[in-house]
Design a protein around this ligand. Structure first.
Ligand SMILES: Nc1ncnc2c1ncn2[C@@H]1O[C@H](COP(=O)(O)OP(=O)(O)OP(=O)(O)O)[C@@H](O)[C@H]1O
Ligand SMILES: [Mg+2]
Length: 227
């Protein structure tokens, strides 16, 4: 199995606050890891580092065999464009743009032609059940905006999707629908996924559950399953 992510001895502090402290994680191609942990333990901080948004970490992070700290700005841009998809905890959508316009932004920024970007956005969003009329995303419900954010994370067909609580705004039924659709997309596209999750029904779907506490990841027994 190919290793797509290797993090060794990751540390991150904000002033005197030590958030991550010697964290290790290795991940295989196509794997789905669920991360749990109390509020404030550093889950979003960790995803920001894995997503190359935060480069101020200690330790070593390899994505697709490339040492993130050794990449120049063109190398980082190509990792973000070709390797990573990201779903932010607070969505980061542009409120005046429609769902399709928001979802194609990463494709447009990465220089793909607008027509092919539009087609892949529409493909992903029809799978995710996103409303695709001309409504600005500011007018959509939280749950609808959440699905637009997931669609945007997938539009460049990443090898690794990082999703910070991708179903936090959804009720149980819509959460299950979202993860059924993500399972289906993962079968078709084969991407790996790290998601910060809370609900037991989502945790039962993942390959591995890891709990973030005291700055490190600890394996957790899956609900009703082996570690
Ligand atoms: N840029 C920053 N500057 C200062 N402190 C920060 C910064 N980012 C995060 N922190 C602090 O680091 C700690 C971890 O924050 P983080 O957002 O990673 O937690 P979390 O596990 O994602 O929490 P939640 O479950 O509430 O989303 C918190 O105490 C937070 O206040
Ligand atoms: Mg968070």
């Amino acid at each position: 199995m190919d290793t797509i992510l290797r993090a060794e001895g990751i540390g991150r502090s904000f002033g005197d606050l030590r958030v991550l402290d010697g964290l290790d994680l290795t991940m295989d191609q196509g794997e789905f890891i669920g991360i749990v942990g109390r509020s404030g333990t550093g889950k979003s901080t960790l995803l920001g580092i894995l997503g190359t948004h935060d480069l101020e970490y200690e330790g070593r992070l390899e994505l697709g065999g490339r040492d993130v700290k050794a990449e120049d700005s063109a190398g980082l841009a190509s990792l973000r464009r070709d390797f990573l998809g990201y779903v932010f905890q607070d969505f980061h959508l542009l409120p005046e743009l429609t769902a399709v316009e928001n979802a194609i932004l990463p494709a447009v920024f990465s220089g793909r032609d607008a027509e092919s970007a539009r087609n892949s956005a529409i493909d992903v969003m029809s799978h995710l059940g996103v409303r695709m009329d001309g409504t600005p995303t500011a007018m959509l419900s939280r749950g609808e905006r959440q699905r637009v954010a997931v669609a945007r994370g997938l539009v460049n067909r990443p090898r690794l999707l990082l999703a910070d609580e991708p179903s936090a705004s959804l009720d149980d039924e819509n959460e299950n629908i979202l993860f059924d659709m993500l399972d289906d997309l993962r079968k078709r596209q084969g991407f790996a996924m790290i998601a910060v999750v809370h609900s037991l029904s989502v945790l039962s779907r993942v390959d591995r559950v890891m709990e973030l506490s005291e700055g490190r990841l600890h394996p957790v027994r899956k609900p009703g399953g082996a570690v």
